[in-house]
Design a protein around this ligand. Structure first.
Ligand SMILES: [Zn+2]
Length: 142
């Protein structure tokens, strides 16, 4: 048995069909016994490649986007790793900790990271405390 993807030129439907052999397929085609399941048209032929070039391009684009996304994810993960190793996690106390470092120069501290709202960041900025918002992905399995 051999499976062919058939395409109807009339209604542009594609469907899979089984044949005993490629010879049988040719025979049926010659006798015009290949009929579209949808519109009963006899303009049915096997497709050798993906339905259309347009679709191929779309797939390539998706692949590129996926690759881009994976790269971004990787970058963020590396960034996170660096931060986790070099900065102190202060969780929800970020704004408080940032202020305590800023207003107490004697206090030696490595960098901190944690959660802050946009409002916190605005307020910190107004006080001259530089804080960066970075994208954060939760630990991803893989
Ligand atoms: Zn059809």
């Amino acid at each position: 048995m051999i499976k062919y993807k058939l395409a109807c030129k009339n209604c542009e439907t594609t469907f899979d069909s089984w044949f005993a052999s490629s010879k049988e397929f040719e025979k049926l085609k010659k006798k015009r016994l290949l009929v579209c399941h949808i519109c009963n048209s006899k303009t049915v032929d096997k497709t050798l490649m993906a339905p259309s070039l347009r679709n191929n391009k779309k797939y390539i684009k998706n692949d590129l986007q996926l690759e881009k996304y994976e790269n971004v994810k990787k970058t963020i993960k590396n960034y996170q790793k660096f931060i986790k190793e070099n900065f102190k996690f202060v969780g929800e106390n970020f704004a408080y900790e940032a202020r305590s470092i800023h207003y107490n120069p004697k206090k030696k501290s490595k960098g901190i990271y944690g959660n802050a709202s946009k409002k916190d960041l605005m307020e910190l900025k107004e006080e001259g405390i530089d804080a960066q918002m970075i994208p954060w992905v939760e630990d991803i399995v893989n």
